[in-house]
Write a protein that binds this ligand. Structure first.
Ligand SMILES: Nc1ncnc2c1ncn2[C@@H]1O[C@H](COP(=O)(O)OP(=O)(O)OP(=O)(O)O)[C@@H](O)[C@H]1O
Ligand SMILES: [Mg+2]
Length: 251
């Protein structure tokens, strides 16, 4: 089976700071995996190199067998890679529906055409509503996005990513800033979306209930390098991981 994502010897430095240090791993179709590690470990920077927002200094990123290193983010999105951001990337003045509909149209390259095909627009609207139903935001469809609570804005960002019909979905701290109840709901939602949309998922998280509750494989970044990868049980019991990160997280 062909991997969905392969990272090979990725390196990235900012000035003298090596933020990604020879990172490599493989994600297989249908996997749901987590990346954990202390603040500043290089997790978001790694995502930025996968999605084309940053170009690695060396190494490469293969997506479904194709070398996409250095490609523009929109080209990578068009190939089927979606991402929700640590800081949400919603359009606050637009309605909740429009946020997702724009993504659905963008997938069809229709977002910027002044005279859109009516049936394409209707299809995008239907798709957007279906996504809003899936993420539990349909009742807010006509509200401006900025009116949503923080947790719902995080969900909307996931909805926008889904509108692009990704095969691989990257989530950067999907539960950050949420209450424990919201985190539980989001955890359940992520698993449901993973199954419903037949996704391969990689998520960055600090919330260990989410990480150990839903990830099949956990990878630990520490000072820019891959300290460990394994099943939740292997990672939970890895002495190096406990020393570098988990010790402080679980106290
Ligand atoms: N554009 C940039 N220019 C310079 N330094 C940067 C840049 N982006 C990130 N860094 C630095 O790289 C390091 C890794 O940052 P990154 O955001 O990848 O960490 P992270 O693991 O996602 O942390 P967190 O858990 O806090 O989100 C940090 O020291 C950060 O200050
Ligand atoms: Mg980050």
């Amino acid at each position: 089976m062909q991997p969905v994502l392969e990272l090979k010897n990725l390196n990235k430095a900012f000035g003298g700071l090596r933020v990604t240090n020879d990172v490599g791993f493989t994600v297989m179709p249908g996997d749901i995996t987590a990346i954990i590690g202390p603040n500043g470990a290089g997790k978001t920077t790694l995502f930025n190199q996968i999605t084309g927002h940053l170009v690695p200094d060396s190494g490469c990123v293969l997506f479904r067998g194709e070398d996409i290193t250095g490609m523009a983010p929109q080209s990578i999105v068009a190939k089927g890679m979606g991402r929700a951001f640590q800081v949400t990337s919603i359009f606050p003045e637009e309605t909740v529906l429009e946020n997702v509909r724009m993504a659905c149209l963008a997938r069809r390259n229709e977002a910027r055409r002044p005279f859109r095909n009516v049936s394409t627009f209707k299809q995008a609207t239907d798709d957007a509503y279906a996504i809003l139903e899936s993420i539990g935001l349909a009742q807010y469809a006509e509200r401006a996005a900025y009116e949503l609570a923080h947790g719902d804005q995080k969900l909307l960002d996931i909805g926008i990513a889904l509108g692009l019909q990704p095969t691989l979905l990257l989530l950067d701290e999907p539960t950050s800033g949420m209450s424990p109840d919201e985190r539980q709901l989001t955890r359940d939602l992520i698993v449901r979306l993973w199954k419903e949309f037949n996704l391969t998922m990689v998520f960055i998280e600090h919330d260990m209930d989410t990480v150990f509750g839903i990830a099949q494989i956990v990878r630990v970044l520490h000072l820019g390098h891959l300290l460990a990868e394994g099943t939740p049980d292997e990672i939970r019991n890895n002495p190096e991981v406990i020393t570098a990160y988990l010790g402080e997280e679980v106290q």
